[in-house]
Ligand binder design. Structure first.
Ligand SMILES: [Zn+2]
Length: 395
């Protein structure tokens, strides 16, 4: 494990100056748009032979860069910092109620609804009728024919769901106290999830030589179930590089754009330090929700101060090995990120604005660095797929 570092004011001044110097006019919200932003930057990092095709399709590429998350689960809506006060104060305000209602989750004025835990199990109670909730790590599922997944990555289990005829209201008395945001999802393809990460530190000590990089060898050594559970991102990237080459050979523009967008997503994901470690949500160090606090909450709040500076694309000799190298690079940032979260929380009783302000000071540079690297790597994978396809003319 790396020793956490304390960052001196000089470093912060440096990071601040760099971000001022590198200021560009476009500012996208991170949150669900992080992938859009990195993919957009990748379009500007390509050699002349292919840059016109990618810049022409930059909007569609940015859209398709979010496809893999759509396959995994569909975000219905997010209750973000805007509602922090309501959530923390225990109020279910008219505005919150309306937010739910616009998404088809209704609340009758007279129903008494609450969420509560009992013997480690969770229930939604609607007019005294209990609906059990299934809990899997930090995700909660409301059991029913029509399952809605509501996930709260910012706090201990809190959730509400809705099915036909069921009405839900937030009961904030118990576990909502440190809640800053709540995502409401619909479930998708369950096999998609593991393709977005690789928890490399489950394979012994750095540099994790225990894990064979060849997929069949890894499966032979650890069993398929284990390999899948620990994450498949590197193999997915190699596979998608191949698929992109094939799409380019076929000359089918839409197919190229879709495949390139999905490839961008996987490449960008493994640049996020918490996509490559077992403590991916701070759950092992009592820092539940750090994943979202970093990639959504913090960068949402400070997006204007995060400017990407990707390098130009270059040919990748071995797409699989490069993906493993990226995982190792990302890994070394994870401890710093977790340390920054702990430091920022000191003296705060919630993960609200004062916390976020500190968290950004301590870890904003990690977002800038990893997102910039992700944009250049994405461009390099696209470029490599094109070289391997025999440099076809893209139009
Ligand atoms: Zn993802």
């Amino acid at each position: 494990m790396m020793k956490p570092k304390i960052w001196s004011p000089a470093i912060w001044l440096f990071v601040f100056l760099i971000s001022v110097i590198c200021h560009t006019p476009q500012a996208f919200p991170w949150g669900s748009n992080a992938h859009e932003r990195m993919t957009d930057a990748a379009c500007d990092s390509l050699p002349a032979e292919i840059s016109s095709f990618f810049t022409k399709h930059r909007q569609e590429l940015a859209y398709h860069a979010n496809d893999p998350d759509r396959w995994r689960r569909e975000l219905l809506f997010r209750i973000g910092l805007k509602y922090e006060k309501d959530l923390n104060s225990g109020q279910f305000t008219a505005e919150l109620r309306q937010l739910f209602e616009t998404h088809g989750i209704e609340f009758p004025q007279d129903a008494s609804v609450s969420l509560r835990g009992k013997d480690g199990r969770w229930f939604i109670t609607v007019d005294e009728q209990e609906y059990p909730i299934r809990k899997e790590s930090d995700k909660l599922y409301l059991l029913g024919d029509k399952i809605n997944l509501l996930e709260n990555r910012s706090a201990a289990p809190v959730l509400l769901g809705s099915e036909e005829g069921t009405h839900v209201v937030l009961d904030t008395k118990e576990k909502l106290l440190s809640l800053t945001s709540l995502n409401v999802y619909k479930t998708g393809d369950p096999s998609e999830g593991p393709r977005h990460f690789l928890d490399i530190d489950l394979y012994g000590p750095y540099p994790f030589v225990e894990l064979p990089h060849n997929y069949d060898d890894a499966v032979a050594k650890f069993g398929e179930g284990t390999v899948i559970k620990r994450g498949l991102a590197t193999w997915r990237i190699a596979n998608y590089t191949q698929l992109l080459s094939e799409a380019m050979k076929s000359g089918h523009a839409e197919k190229i754009v879709q495949t390139a967008g999905a490839l961008a997503h996987y490449v960008e994901d493994i640049h996020m330090p918490l996509h490559v470690v077992k403590n991916y949500n701070g759950q092992l160090t009592n820092q539940h929700g750090v994943h979202q606090r970093f990639e959504d909450d913090m960068v949402d709040a400070y997006t204007e101060q995060i400017h990407l500076t990707p390098k130009m694309a270059s040919e990748i000799e071995d797409p699989l090995e490069t993906a493993f190298d990226i995982v190792l690079d990302s890994y070394v940032y994870a401890d710093n990120l977790l340390h920054a979260d702990r430091q920022a929380k000191l003296g705060e009783d919630s993960y609200g604005t004062p916390y976020l302000e500190k968290f950004f000071r301590f870890s904003g540079w990690i977002a800038v660095q990893r997102m910039s690297e992700a944009a250049s790597a994405t461009a390099s994978y696209w470029y490599t797929a094109w070289l391997r396809a025999g440099k076809p003319e893209l139009k």
